[in-house]
Design a protein around this ligand. Structure first.
Ligand code: ADP
Ligand code: MG
Length: 395
């Protein structure tokens, strides 16, 4: 079984410059970090390295800049990260960075400017790999959530410097192996979120691997429409009806039970607590209504399904959870999963940007066995794919 080196394998690193790839790509609202989960996930590795006397140079991307622009500068997350870390963090621009790094002392932490300000970062350009590698002696990849990309800072550097997995990466790899590698059965998967099209390969992979596939969110609408159910103005991808049917057929053949909601929460306008709010059977959605959450009867039935399961993998909210009360189903089912986990009857692993936000909103993230801070990488893992940033650590 190939493995990877962790921080336990580092020798004396006092005074060594360690390039640490973290994912600090946090959501912002009105200039403030609206969910600091990723900042907190970076703390153990950065603090441990600093405590061991390393000069810690954090590499991170922030947003999707086409060209360098102030709104994509990691300067915006430097202070929030420093507050979460509980020690000073120096921001270093890409101009004069080598000189700035040379002034750092053992135990200092610096956050370098957005890696994506180099066009070659996302192309894994050897010149950019070299540009980063010159700054450090060692490389630690702690950003599982960016490991599905073969970028200079997520993949290339692992070949240019001695490479190690950080603590968050290590925990993530262990937890996901327990959930999807050789899970205890029965296994349930909850797949929700806005669109089927972003999660087709997840659904295809899961139907062959889980016993219960619970579909919620906007993507449930696509499946309902494919079955000829009138879904009014609901968000759905009607052109994917054939694909949805194929998935249902594959599930049937594999012995995977697919659970679609039979009651739903609808409204005519998508606003908080809309006056037109009502709960109805899926067959009773009017032409001018939208399905914005799955209904309470469906949630109760799904809770019963989870009670029979030993393992749960969850990606995607069951409704438009950002707008109350369309978080009700997600919150209720998440609380059931959390309670079963705490009783010791369920291993629960969840991931996805919005999923993590929804679990935090439900106040249960800490009660799950493991919550992945990864979005796309978690999905690719659920698709059964090998992640380049992870593969590069196995050497
Ligand atoms: P994740 O980030 O966890 O992978 P997604 O990005 O796939 O999840 O989906 C999350 C989004 O799906 C949320 O913004 C939520 O509002 C939206 N969503 C869920 N259900 C519905 C629905 N019925 N109608 C419209 N949007 C929905
Ligand atoms: Mg999302």
């Amino acid at each position: 079984m190939p493995s990877f080196r962790t921080l336990d394998d580092l020798g004396d690193i006092a005074g060594k410059r360690v390039l640490v790839r973290e994912d600090l790509n946090v959501p912002m609202r009105d200039g403030a970090v609206s969910d600091d989960t990723r900042l907190r996930a970076a703390v153990p590795t950065v603090a441990e390295l600093a405590d061991k006397g390393a000069i810690v140079l954090v590499l991170a991307h922030f947003g999707r800049p086409k060209v360098p622009a102030p709104e994509f500068s990691t300067a915006l997350v430097t202070r929030p990260f420093s507050e979460v870390l509980g020690r000073p963090v120096r921001y270093i621009d890409w101009e004069g960075d080598a000189e700035a790094v040379a002034t750092l002392q053992p135990g200092d932490v610096a956050l370098l400017e957005n890696t994506r300000f180099f066009g070659g970062e996302e192309k894994n350009d050897p010149a950019v790999v070299e540009r980063f590698a010159r700054l450090g002696d060692l490389y630690v990849n702690d950003a599982f959530s960016a490991a599905h990309r073969a970028h200079a800072s997520t993949e290339g550097l692992a070949h240019a410097l001695p490479a190690y997995a950080g603590r968050a990466m290590e925990r993530e790899l262990k937890a996901l192996k327990a959930a999807l590698g050789a899970p205890e059965r029965p296994v349930a998967a909850v797949v929700g979120g806005a669109k089927v099209s972003t999660k087709l390969d997840v659904l295809r992979n899961l139907v062959g691997r889980v016993d219960h596939l619970i579909i919620g969110g906007g993507m449930a609408n696509t499946f309902l429409a494919a079955r000829g159910i009138a879904i009014g103005k609901s968000l759905a991808e009607r052109d994917l009806a054939g694909t949805a049917e194929e998935i249902l057929y594959a599930a049937d053949k594999a012995g995977c039970t697919v659970h679609l909601p039979y009651d739903v929460v609808v409204a005519k306008e998508f606003t908080p607590h809309p006056p037109s709010l009502r709960t109805c059977n899926v067959h009773e959605v009017a032409a001018d209504e939208m399905i914005l959450d799955i209904g309470p009867a469906a949630v109760e039935a799904l809770a019963d399904v989870l009670k029979t399961c030993r393992t749960l993998v969850w990606n995607g909210p069951l409704g438009a959870f950002e707008t109350p009360p369309f978080d009700a189903a997600t919150v209720a089912l998440a609380r059931t999963a959390a309670a079963l986990t705490q009783e010791g009857s369920l291993i629960s692993v969840a991931g996805g940007g919005d999923t993590v936000a929804a679990l935090n909103q439900a106040g249960v993230a800490d009660d799950f066995t493991f919550v992945s801070t990864a979005g796309g990488a978690f999905l690719e893992w659920m698709e059964g794919k090998e992640l380049p940033g992870v593969k590069a650590l196995y050497q």
